[in-house]
Design a protein around this ligand. Sequence first.
Ligand code: GUN
Length: 285
Amino acid sequence: MAKIIDGKTVSASVKQKVADECAELFKTTGKKPGLAVIIVGDDPASKVYVNNKKKACELVGFLSKEYALPAQTTQQELMELVEKLNNDDEINGILCQLPLPKHLDEKAVIEAISPKKDVDAFHAVNVGKIMIGDYDFLPCTPAGVMELLAYYNIDIEGKECVVLGRSNIVGKPMSMLLLHKNGTVTICHSRTKNLAEVCKRADILVAAVGIAKFVTADMVKENAVVIDVGINRMDNGKLCGDVDFENVQNVASYITPVPGGVGPMTIATLMKNTLTAFKIQNKLA
Ligand code: GUN
């Protein structure tokens, strides 16, 4: 039976470290890190995520500002807000919750956020820095996964790592971070041939496809480490990952649950990135 990777505990310990450092820095600077979160429209899942980000900011002692804009917000209005926040000294990190309503250009918004305040690490400058292994911020979800692997002393060097999914938010940066730790990385996607076979080679399998219970026990090698990035809502309202947890836990050595696995780590990394942004902008790092 697999050991359950407890994202809540690891996330709490990361957030505690951020809170301690934040309190220490406040003593010397009299300033708090500030995070601005923009949400456009009323996607229920996005609202939950944004609310959790706000709560985490309060917990660690950050200043948190939420900009909840109506669904019909224009591109120009959104760009003007980003520009205002780029120039606001109280704000060290800016996050625009994705996805945006269809009429808005996500790419343009991401590129408008100052790379120095891009705590999602989505801006091309930060993506490029990650590629060459010389970065200030790591993307929140993949970095959260790396933190979990480190906490449980799971070695990556020389291991077969298979990443399911090639999104800019998770799949691609995840692959890069595993590569930085000397994993042998394969990225699978919707056109991959013999996908089940490729998955079965994995010592470390990261699922980020957005399809409930996509990874079944027959696709998993005995004693593999299985990381589930998926958050899918079932017809009964319950959350479910991309992995068939009930059955895969009998094959894997470690597994992340959904909820309570990777999800809380995403927010913990966001807090870390905002603290880093604060320190860089105040020439403390
Ligand atoms: N939507 C889903 N995940 C994320 C994330 O990590 N950052 C932002 N900005 N939007 C998201």
